[in-house]
Design a protein around this ligand. Sequence first.
Ligand code: HPA
Length: 281
Amino acid sequence: MPLTPDPIADCLAVIRRNWTAVPRVGIVLGTGLGAFVEQMQIEAAFERGDLPHFPAATAMSHRGRLVCGHVDDLPIVVMDGRFHIYEGHSLDLITLPVRLMRSMGIELLILTNASGGLNPDFHTGDIVMLTDHLNFMGTNPLIGPNDDRFGPRFPDISETYSLAHRELAANVADAVGIPLRQGVYAAVTGPNYETRAEIRFFRMAGADVIGMSTVPEALVAAHASLPVLAFSVVTNECLAPASAPVRGEDVIAVANAAAERLQSLLLGVLSSIGKLPRTPG
Ligand code: HPA
């Protein structure tokens, strides 16, 4: 059942008046990773207030703007900053950018975020490619009347993080010499970081990293059969029994420091995607 009014149609109308290319890849830039847009040839940028229905991004270091353009010959669309549950936004709004990008024509969604490392082998500054997730947000963006335009009522999400694209990204990381971890992401709402008991629990549950985003967007993508790649920067180590206190400022500083490596990885992935034929959306 389409939403009325239809936020996607409203946003598309504004975008199409300013940018007519059909993007192949959509990227969501997480905490501290916004500098990626400097790698783009920007052809249109929609600031807060330019797109109907878009909430103002309030999280630290999140601009909340939609940027359209090219990297080399590849048309892409980038959400520079994202919206989070802990800001009080509805899941419909949090996932609106992904559905919008899908409607624009993307064939791959790349999600990035900052996370706490639960796996004792992971260290601050490591880049982790997500292989799977645990949804501990206690909610789900697919709850409610199903919009059949996007996907089925009961979607299979057993390969949310596309194996073929993970292999492609692992090859790129090898080729450009960027160490790449792989692991499972546990999603919580925040805004608090975790208690020590929670850290023990999430590790026992099989999570390697933990954060406050990404899963709503990944679920909406999986619903729409849109392949996802997700990369997490470990900004702090959450190690039982006595993990150090976490500060938001430190999380941003570590993500900023890792941004250049993640950027090289993303550019390598985009270049590989650009060599493949467009897959029908
Ligand atoms: N927990 C949850 N979210 C996070 C963390 C963390 O330790 N670090 C960065 N985002």
